[in-house]
Design a protein around this ligand. Structure first.
Ligand code: PEP
Ligand code: MN
Length: 359
């Protein structure tokens, strides 16, 4: 069994974030089966929730529903395994493929335990990138599975977590999957726009970008009734919406193994786009803090401008930038512009009590 079942992109893996009950699993799977692009059904049984006291999945009890999807609906099924016990249960049940979640890829010990549990088997494994932007951990996990199992080991790009609230739930940082492809050109690479976006509005553009970078397929969270989903409700779409999303994709060229070059101009442009996107997000995060400071200053009767603080800002940033090899003149100009905008925003708050863009 392979993740690249046909040469027609995109190969799609779809299904709910979590298996919740038999009806939800089977209803979603039956609708997805009508979509010829969908080659695998996904559903999480053990949910790695960041905070306790939220739905943590139905566990082993849901295995029987996944087996029904495979045998009755006729879609191969996959689930996440986060430890050796999950892997053994998945093997025992005859699950068609497994994926390794982002929270597991960060831990070489966990990865090795799962790789040992799957030793010598031919179950295909899809490895999500780790939570943070560390290409070595992602490559390392792929290498551990490749050394242990006989099945296909593929990569799944799901973005990288942010500290502050930003445009994406998990920043795509496209240069990382490109870097992975440069190191392991033969590895099948999928994108998971659902966990990158965290909402449904950006799914189309992220899926398109993945296709434009020559990725092989997409994993998209799909639920028969997304607003009632017990996990990741805001990012799931219905099977009908998945059909529209796939139909609206432009698949610009057929897939070549070397369609994600690492050293040419287009690859440098992708890296630059990604850095600029992060710069914009950082600037927007800085401006949000500036607004909060404006509100505080207003409440406390403080002036917008504090010359001492501004001098400190210039001094410290100039030192940081010198260490980074940036020209002092350039950084001073950037800082002045950023500071000017910050003063404009805070002055608005003082005068109008809001952060509107009117001057
Ligand atoms: C998931 O696929 O539902 C999931 C938990 O993903 P991630 O590991 O990317 O957070
Ligand atoms: Mn999810």
């Amino acid at each position: 069994m392979s993740f690249n079942l046909e040469n027609k992109r995109p190969t799609v893996i779809a299904g709910p974030c979590s298996a919740e009950n038999r009806d939800q699993v089977l209803e979603t799977a039956r609708e997805l089966k009508k979509n010829p692009n969908v080659k695998y059904f996904r559903a999480g049984l053990w949910k790695p929730r960041t905070r306790p006291n939220s739905f943590e999945g139905v566990g082993e009890n849901g295995m029987i529903w996944l087996k029904e999807v495979a045998s009755e609906v006729g879609l191969p099924v996959m689930t996440e395994v986060a430890n050796a016990e999950h892997a053994e249960l998945a093997l025992k049940a005859g699950i068609d493929a497994v994926w390794i979640g982002a929270r597991t890829t960060v831990s070489p010990f966990s990865v090795q335990n799962i790789a040992d549990a799957l030793k010598g088997t031919s179950v295909p494994v899809m490895v999500k990138n780790p939570m943070h932007a560390d290409l070595g951990l992602w490559l390392g996990a792929i290498e551990r599975f490749s050394a242990s199992t006989k099945g296909e080991v593929a990569a799944l790009h799901r973005g990288f977590s942010n500290y502050t609230q930003q445009k994406y739930r998990n920043a795509p940082m496209w240069e990382l999957p490109i870097g992975l492809k440069a190191e392991l050109p033969d590895t099948i690479l999928f994108c998971d726009p659902s966990h990158i976006c965290g909402n449904t509005d950006l799914l189309q553009s992220v899926s398109q970008k993945a296709m434009d970078l020559g990725m092989d397929g997409l994993m998209i969270e799909t639920h028969s009734n997304p607003s009632n989903a017990l996990s990741d409700a805001s990012q799931q779409i219905t099977p009908d919406d998945l059909v529209s999303l796939i139909n609206a994709l432009e698949i610009r060229s057929s897939h070549h193994k070397d369609s994600v070059p690492d050293r040419d101009l287009s690859s440098l442009r992708i890296k630059m786009d990604s850095i600029d996107e992060q710069l914009m997000e950082l600037l927007s995060g800085r401006m949000e803090i500036s607004k909060l400071m404006g509100e505080f200053k207003k409440q406390e009767g403080l002036t917008v401008l504090n010359l001492e603080r501004w001098k400190e800002i210039v001094m410290s940033r100039m030192n940081w930038s010198k260490e980074l090899g940036l020209s002092e003149e350039f950084i001073l100009r950037v800082l002045e512009q950023v500071h000017k905008e910050s003063i404009r925003v805070q002055t608005n708050i003082m005068n109008h009590g809001s952060n509107s863009h009117k001057d």
